[in-house]
Design a protein around this ligand. Structure first.
Ligand SMILES: [Zn+2]
Ligand SMILES: [Zn+2]
Length: 264
């Protein structure tokens, strides 16, 4: 707050001094640029996310077979979902029609009205969501070398790309200033995958976990199934979020590959 008589304000996004309260012109232009960037790169992300593998989940004893696609690149798929949701949210905030329109069109439409978006009370939040989405999208398309995406920062939502050394250390700083417990990040990731309702064989699920930096071999998953730790109706990802049904507790798939029951 300024005590001087000539009104002076800070831009809530970049903190630059401006004459009138609100978001500065530079940040308005910046938001438009970011939204157009998302619109341009979204089709590439769709291609990456659309890769699916049909895996067989066979029930021992019953002889029934289920074939269900499991996204090979769950990270890309989830980012695509969240950008599409963001595009609809922006269109709705602007009162634009958004039904049956591709997210690319919504993002372009929103970019043209960046000034209106930046007059909203939640301007800072919108700007941050857009910047984070663009950063995640760029790294998804050009992944950093020798690092894998293990999950998202619970504070800022940014993707966490870990090196072998980070995983061994068990913690890693995020750009937002948080120091992250990587096991907790991985657990969150597994639960998010569980919500996506993917199904697959022990081998396929093991591959999905490996993609999050969690080494659980297919044998362990088969054992979980045998011991009733994961749902008996095929090997369902969402089965991982519940313990055998006796205690209703959550299973945490830790880096050690041993499921731990987390009942309070
Ligand atoms: Zn600014
Ligand atoms: Zn963060």
């Amino acid at each position: 707050m300024s005590n001087s008589r000539t009104a002076s304000f800070d831009c809530p996004i970049c903190s630059v001094g401006i004459a009138e309260a609100g978001v500065c012109g530079g940040c308005v232009t910046d938001l438009g640029r970011i939204l157009r960037h998302l619109a341009v790169r979204l089709p590439d992300l769709r291609l990456l996310a659309a890769k699916k593998a049909s895996v067989m989940a066979r029930e021992a004893g019953h002889g029934t077979r289920t074939v269900a696609p499991i996204p090979l690149n769950a990270n890309a798929w989830q980012l695509q979902q969240s950008i599409e949701k963001f595009a609809v949210m922006l269109a709705a905030a602007l009162g634009l029609p958004h039904r049956r329109l591709p997210a690319e069109s919504l993002l372009k439409g929103a970019a043209q009205r960046a000034d209106i978006l930046m007059q909203r009370k939640d301007a800072r939040y919108i700007h941050r969501l857009a910047s984070t989405a663009a950063r995640r999208l760029d790294r998804q398309l050009e992944p950093p070398e020798s690092r894998i995406l293990i999950g998202q920062c619970p504070d800022c939502g940014d993707d966490i790309w870990s090196s072998e050394a980070d995983l061994t250390a068990g913690y890693q700083p995020c750009a937002c200033g948080q120091t992250l417990d990587l096991t907790a990040v991985q657990e969150q990731r597994v639960l998010k995958l569980a919500i996506s309702n993917a199904r697959g064989t022990a081998a396929a699920l093991s591959k999905v976990f490996k993609g999050c930096g969690i080494a659980i071999n297919r044998l362990t998953i088969t054992q979980w199934k045998r011991r009733g730790i994961i749902a008996a109706v095929g090997i369902r990802m969402d089965g991982l979020s519940f313990c055998c049904g006796m205690c209703g507790g959550r299973i945490s798939a830790s880096a050690t590959g041993r499921p731990a029951c987390q009942t309070a």
